[in-house]
Ligand binder design. Structure first.
Ligand code: FE2
Length: 196
């Protein structure tokens, strides 16, 4: 079984019934990853798998610290024995180090997981932060506004997103620029790295 197929089955099992809207979002995020094939080349499948798994930490059975990035990554490492790159991508997805600081979990996160290659981390952030809760494509600014309105101003997620906004927006814009450049010039995979 390929990595994408494996990740799809695992995420579906954990999310489809208990969190159907989160599962719809997850599939939309994975669809975004497929559009990055021109700039990611051989890494595209790793990104698609990471997109499928990025929010499994919201599954009721997986909640431990309450930080879904960390809870999901721990499950992948300890129970699912996933590839290290997937664990790292999930652990830090969408600039999660900011939420870790807000929750006083940054030292725990940094001790348990290394960061993955920056261009892949930015690509995952792009896919997540340009996909609505029900799986539709939208601009990053609309996505950030949606998160604020869903959680409200006092929630730790909203506070974390304020801190993470420069990282999130710059990641999304870098990927958009790489895609535009690829369309214009037909440059080979690796463009995300060279442009940022
Ligand atoms: Fe997400």
């Amino acid at each position: 079984m390929g990595q994408v197929e494996w990740a799809y089955g695992l995420a579906k099992d954990l999310l489809e019934t208990t969190l159907p809207r989160r599962w719809a979002h997850t599939q939309g995020v994975a669809d975004q990853a497929e559009t990055l094939a021109p700039i990611l080349g051989a890494d595209t499948d790793t990104l698609i798998a990471a997109c499928l798994l990025h929010d499994i930490g919201y599954a009721p059975d997986l909640i431990d610290t309450g930080m879904h990035q960390l809870d999901g990554a721990r499950y992948l490492r300890d129970i699912a024995q996933a590839d290290e790159r997937l664990c790292r991508l999930v652990a830090y997805h969408s600039c999660a180090d900011n939420e870790a600081r807000q929750r006083d979990l940054f030292d725990v996160l940094a001790k348990e997981f290394d960061q993955e290659r920056p261009d892949l981390a930015r690509a995952l952030t792009y896919c997540d932060m340009t996909t609505s809760p029900d799986g539709r494509h939208l601009d990053v600014r609309d996505r950030l506004a949606e998160i604020h309105s869903r959680y409200g101003p006092e929630h730790v997620v909203s506070r974390s997103i304020i801190d993470a906004t420069p990282c999130i927006v710059s990641s999304v814009r870098a990927v958009e620029a790489a895609l535009a450049n690829e369309t214009r010039t037909g440059q080979n995979p690796g463009t995300v790295d060279r442009l940022t």
